[in-house]
Design a protein around this ligand. Structure first.
Ligand code: 5AD
Ligand code: SF4
Length: 460
């Protein structure tokens, strides 16, 4: 049966920058705007509304937004000369951090809406249409936001699910506690309801999101332990009971919140995938202290040892910053030594970027740019060697791959290994959304090459 599609009266184009949290928020904005008659636009030129969902974590991210706003201004002017209208909204963390500055620097913007206020988009659009001038909405009301969001519409067999927002850690380099606000956990029932809704739409894998996802805490649901406090480990075990959900991931974790309950769950719950993104940022204790990370390098190494003891095949991923104020060559060598000791399957590494308003920006001994460049090149070379080594070590192994989307070639599907590697497999389209048994036969720079095993072919 083919369903008659409602004709969209208007269209929205959303450009998303930054982390998975923003990807999730953008999906929710699409859901919010649908009842108002907005369908998707392929390009900003064809859209009635353009939303930039922004990221403020590093300097370049904000600058990209301003240059995109410059391009949009031209489109908006050209449209208005033809008698057509286009509204521009800036959402996300740049909106939160620089609301008034955006309006001053980019008068073509109609609405500025922070990450905790985007559920108010419908009313903000109505206000903008009434010609009330620039609208700036950057309140924090996380619970209200989740209550008012429209039902989830899944798009494929994997989905993000936000369970926690904000951060109380105040690392001295980071803007997140200022742009996303304090740590807030969503209650279990709301999370379970959203996960069930996703499962009913064919989602097989959920990635639980939070700035500090493993700081998630909530009261157990009625009948599950008399008001006991649950952590992420208990939540994952509970979500694993939902029929249809076969894989659970979570990101991003903080070493200080990696509790026993979660480590035990990683060891025992097979639906929890063997991949852990656990940023350490630096391998030097004095730098970790100046960053206000609240742990030492030794603590991190022991933590990974404990996790590997219960889940020996776990792939470890991390984030690193080079050139934090005061970082010496010796400190940087300590980071390289930690990377050698841990062995990363994948990692993200950045040059320290001075963020106005954070304590790090005012610290003495800022590291010269050229030095940061050199350190980043060395660190990335090492991480890249480790990543390739990890990928090559999969050759000859058989593993379950969730087939997510079609590839560039005929009869090619792209899926994910348990370790979050992209896997290219020759398989018919009818297998999309299945978890297939795949033999790894090769590696390319960014993916694994796989072939369906005999069992995998039988499922085709
Ligand atoms: N400069 C460079 N990298 C940063 N990150 C966060 N803030 C900064 C900054 N000011 C990196 C950290 C964090 C990741 C999401 O972004 O490594 O874990
Ligand atoms: Fe930023 Fe640190 Fe919070 Fe992570 S833990 S979001 S790096 S302040």
């Amino acid at each position: 049966m083919t369903e008659a599609r409602p004709k969209h009266e208007k269209s929205v184009f959303i450009r998303t920058y930054g982390c998975q949290m923003n990807v999730y928020d953008s999906e929710r904005m699409v859901g919010l705007l649908k009842p108002l008659g907005y369908g998707p636009a392929e390009t900003p030129e064809t859209a009635d509304l353009v939303i930039l969902n922004t990221c403020h974590i590093r300097e370049k991210a904000a600058e990209k937004v301003y240059s995109e706003l410059g391009r949009l201004k031209k489109i908006k002017t050209a449209k208005s000369e033809r008698g057509e209208e286009m509204s521009i909204a800036v959402a996300g963390c740049v909106a939160q951090a620089e609301g008034a500055e955006i309006i001053a620097r980019a008068p073509q913007v109609d609405i500025v809406v922070g990450p905790q206020a985007f559920h108010r988009l419908p009313e903000l659009l109505a206000r903008a249409a009434r010609g009330r001038g620039d609208i700036l909405e950057t309140d924090f009301a996380v619970e209200e936001k989740f209550d008012r969001l429209a039902a989830r519409v899944a798009d494929g067999p994997t989905a993000f699910l936000t369970i926690q927002e904000g951060c109380d850690k105040f690392c001295t380099f980071c803007v997140v506690p200022y742009t996303r606000g304090a740590e807030v956990s969503r209650p279990v029932d709301a999370i379970v309801a959203e996960a069930r809704l996703l499962a009913a739409q064919g989602v097989r894998e959920v990635t639980l999101l939070g700035q500090n996802v493993n700081a998630w805490r909530s009261t157990a649901p009625a009948g599950c332990g008399n008001d006991a406090q649950w952590g992420l480990g208990e939540l994952c075990r509970h979500l694993a009971l939902i029929g249809g959900i076969d894989r659970i991931r979570f990101t991003t974790s903080h070493p200080r919140d990696m509790d026993e309950g979660l480590i035990d769950a990683l060891g025992e719950e097979e639906k929890l995938m063997p991949y852990l993104h656990l940023p350490v940022q630096s391998g030097a204790d004095n730098v970790l202290k100046a960053m206000n990370r609240g742990h030492t390098a030794e603590h991190y190494v022991r933590l990974i040892e404990r996790i590997r003891a219960v889940r020996p095949d776990i792939a470890i991923s991390g984030d690193f910053i080079v050139g934090f104020p005061g970082e010496t060559n010796k400190d940087f060598e300590a980071t390289l030594a930690l990377v050698e000791e841990i062995g990363y399957a994948s990692a993200y590494s950045f040059k320290y970027s001075r963020r106005p308003g954070t304590p790090g920006a005012a610290m003495p001994k800022q590291v010269p740019e050229a030095e940061k460049d050199e350190r980043l090149t060395r660190l990335q070379a090492l991480l890249d060697t480790q990543r390739r080594g990890f990928n090559e070590a999969q050759i000859g192994k058989k593993m379950p791959v969730l087939l997510e989307k079609t590839g560039r070639h005929e009869d090619q599907l792209i899926g994910r290994s348990p370790y979050l590697q992209s896997v290219h497999v020759s398989a018919p389209k009818s297998m999309l959304g299945l978890i297939a048994s795949v033999s790894i036969i090769g590696v390319t720079p960014n993916a694994l090459a796989g072939a369906l095993t005999k069992e995998g072919e039988a499922a085709a």
